[in-house]
Design a protein around this ligand. Structure first.
Ligand SMILES: [Zn+2]
Length: 278
């Protein structure tokens, strides 16, 4: 049984200078591959259920799947709700066995974001699990634009909410299919100077690998969320498997061929964050 909370995996990462992958799951095939990759690299892993995952599979089912994988894993596994937007959604995840809840109040005015996130943090801590909040706004490729995190607001947010991890907006954008110009390291330095809370980068797929590597080791960024990059790897592997034999129709047989390519792609992602037994 290696089920862990977010604080369980991020505090050692903060102290020892590495980061943990927050990997966006969509179903059994990717969850299983992510855990296999983390075991192969001997690093912890955060399995994340975001809005599109939850639209496809109910939270109680996802909680069972995450916990089942954690129970037999040789590395710590966190069952994490990504972008919970309401108290009800967060409570359902808690009741479904999740060990970490991200409450996203980043579209709300500062005071409201702080009040609502503090209430979720209090609920999670009473239950012995963790909470991630977001300060500033991380935008979406082809959609809403970002609002960079103000260091003073970040310090206040950390102090007044009691979150275990804080997602920040420093040039990162969700859903990027290619590497961007990279993150604003001056802003990261300014934020980490005023808070001891582990920092989280959403939209990690757009961050160049060399920068992921250096930020994981040299800053208090302890979690990179990676979705698009691994969804693209899975999609490519699935397309190959489907095209390999036009007569084939059994989906278990077709999906089984996505496993090894996705494990390989995930291992490469996790290795850049450090923390493994090199
Ligand atoms: Zn996000």
């Amino acid at each position: 049984m290696t089920l862990a909370t977010l604080a369980d995996v991020l505090q050692p990462a903060l102290r020892q200078g590495y980061a943990v992958g927050g990997l966006v799951t969509l179903g059994w095939e990717d969850m299983r591959a992510y855990v296999a990759a983390a075991e192969a690299e001997a690093v912890p892993v955060i399995l994340q259920a975001g809005p599109s995952c939850r639209a496809h599979t109910p939270l109680p089912v996802l909680g069972k799947m995450f916990r089942h994988l954690a129970e037999s894993a040789s590395v710590p596994v966190v069952a994490h709700l990504d972008h919970g937007y309401t108290l009800e959604e967060c409570r359902e995840a808690l009741d479904s066995g999740f060990t970490s809840l991200m409450f996203d109040g980043s579209r709300k005015p500062l005071a409201q974001n702080i009040d609502e996130t503090a209430a979720i943090a209090e609920m999670t801590h009473a239950a012995g699990i963790s909470c991630e909040g977001e300060i500033g706004f991380v935008g979406y490729s082809g959609g809403e634009s970002s609002a960079g995190t103000d260091p003073d607001e970040a310090a206040q947010f950390a102090r007044e909410t009691g979150v275990d991890a804080m997602a920040i907006s420093v040039g990162n954008v969700h859903l990027q299919q290619e590497s961007s110009a990279g993150l604003d390291e001056d802003r990261i330095r300014a934020i980490e100077a005023v808070t001891a809370v582990p920092l989280v980068i959403h939209g990690g797929s757009g961050v160049p690998e060399a920068q992921r590597r250096s930020l994981a080791r040299g800053t208090s960024i302890c979690k990179f969320n990676i979705g698009t990059e691994l969804r693209m790897a899975f999609g490519a592997a699935l397309r190959d498997a489907v095209n390999r034999d036009p007569e084939r129709f059994d989906r278990v047989q077709i999906l089984s061929e996505t496993h090894d390519p996705l494990v390989d792609a995930t291992r490469t992602v996790l290795r850049a964050f450090g923390g493994g037994a090199q």
